[in-house]
Design a protein. Sequence first.
Lengths: 113, 110
Amino acid sequence: DAMVIQNPRYQVTQFGKPVTLSCSQTLNHNVMYWYQQKSSQAPKLLFHYYDKDFNNEADTPDNFQSRRPNTSFCFLDIRSPGLGDAAMYLCATSETGALYGYTFGSGTRLTVV
Amino acid sequence: SQQGEEDPQALSIQEGENATMNCSYKTSINNLQWYRQNSGRGLVHLILIRSNEREKHSGRLRVTLDTSKKSSSLLITASRAADTASYFCATEAGRRALTFGSGTRLQVQP
């Protein structure tokens, strides 16, 4: 089945130690998104790619970066994780102009110790 | 920034009852979407309604949209215990990515 896959499901990292979360898709969608969701809150957009065009939200901390080396893969890098970065990170895809919503991965739960 | 507010924040009903969740938003939109999220999981797309539509159905789901009031509602009929989840509305406006509301936590008691 076509899908969005996030690895790992759970990630524990040390305070200040760089961590990378990955997302892959088999849908061949041109847009990929990273959302951050803290407990009992709405998902908050961090950034997204229209093809290779990177779009950063104004309030996304500089500590967060992203890479999209090809259509299928997208990475979220957190350079120096703080305790406040503990959250669920959700990757999603969509196709421009399509009217069927986003497809989300299962998420990566990040714990910072 | 958060576009939508949802009401109620939490809802507890008995199996077989209907559940209604409401969403309000602030700006003009292209479409409004509803998603479901089981605890600790990703979001699943339920239904999309375009700004020129007023009502849409999908199985036990009914969505309405009132662009003059900038509001939408999601009705789940004949609820089941398996419907227990958080439900989020999300709006798409211009070329901006989806912006999510605060969500409604639905508990369906068997």
